[in-house]
Design a protein around this ligand. Structure first.
Ligand SMILES: C[S@@+](CC[C@H](N)C(=O)[O-])C[C@H]1O[C@@H](n2cnc3c(N)ncnc32)[C@H](O)[C@@H]1O
Length: 278
């Protein structure tokens, strides 16, 4: 199962800032003739000093939550409904196909069954070792950062991400990295909470109405104690206006093919973008 991942892993000697921790056990990559660190069922290929860098906060945010996260995302009385709506949009935007589908910020790997069912071979990358511990049972995974993807240039035709851009510190660099690893004609599908109606500055009321609070126009990280959602009240969230999200992907070189607003209820809780590297 890991062979497929070995075939597209970046060669760290090509990317000066990708390193491995020599103390960890290694797995040999025959394609590159390199030994990669491999522990707890997954490869480790993170940025140098990631633990001390600005991304350390992001990595730490999900540590120790994996079992809880995995269960609330499947609990229909909690985040399960929203997750199901997102995965159903994912299913329709992906369509049937084959080949590798890179799940960026795969979390515990909850979308893997869908991509497998559609005919793809999912591979996950995530910054949290705790999340990957569970994900490794569902798909081949590598510890890595969306802003420094441990994947070779032009090596895949399809990538997707669900509920992650509100976690990524550096959306601009992540968008560029996704563009880099896709080959020409490759697609990227991004699905997240809708910043207008389900964002840090919108508070849903039980009757389906939403209170909008000032702050929408500015991209910024909002601390967990200021947020109410099940997950974001624990980990915080990056709020970015819709225009910032879309323009970041366009600036990275993508063409916008389709936008879907969805979820349950009258106002859209989810925003999905289907993007193409021409
Ligand atoms: C809300 S969870 C979504 C997980 C999964 N996609 C799902 O649908 O359940 C966000 C995930 O993004 C990961 N993450 C945050 N920042 C990241 C980054 N810079 N690179 C890779 N993964 C990241 C977190 O560790 C977490 O597992």
């Amino acid at each position: 199962m890991l062979d497929i991942l070995q075939n597209i892993l970046a060669d760290p000697s090509d990317k000066g800032n990708l390193v491995w921790n020599q103390e960890k056990r290694v797995a040999h990559n025959p394609r590159l003739g390199l030994d990669y660190p491999f522990q707890n069922g997954f490869f480790h290929l993170t940025k140098q000093n990631a633990i001390q860098s600005v991304d350390a906060g992001t990595e730490a945010r999900y540590e120790g939550l994996a079992e809880w996260y995995d269960s609330v995302m499947q609990d229909q009385n909690d985040r399960g409904d929203l997750a199901n709506s997102a995965y159903s949009i994912l299913r329709s935007l992906l369509g049937k196909g084959e080949g590798i589908a890179l799940d960026i910020g795969c979390g515990t790997g909850l979308a893997a069954d869908i991509t497998k069912e559609l005919g793809y071979e999912p591979i996950g990358v995530d910054l949290s070792q705790d999340q990957l511990r569970i994900a490794a049972k569902r798909l081949p995974v590598v510890l890595g950062d969306s802003a420094e993807l441990p994947i070779s240039d032009n090596s895949i035709q399809l990538a997707y991400s669900t509920f992650t851009t509100t976690d990524w510190e550096n959306l601009e660099r992540s968008a560029k990295e996704i563009f880099r690893v896709l080959s020409s004609g490759g697609r990227y599908i991004d699905i997240g909470v809708h910043p207008c109606f389900y964002g840090a500055y919108s508070e849903p009321l039980s009757q389906g109405e939403i209170i909008q609070k000032p702050g929408y126009n500015k991209s910024q990280f909002v601390e967990p104690n200021l947020l109410k959602g099940t997950v974001r009240s624990k980990v915080g969230a990056w709020h970015r206006p819709v225009s910032d999200v879309i323009n970041t992907f366009l600036s990275a070189g993508f063409k916008l093919v389709k936008v879907v607003e969805g979820g349950q209820g009258d106002l859209p809780q989810l925003l999905a973008l289907s993007l193409l590297k021409e």
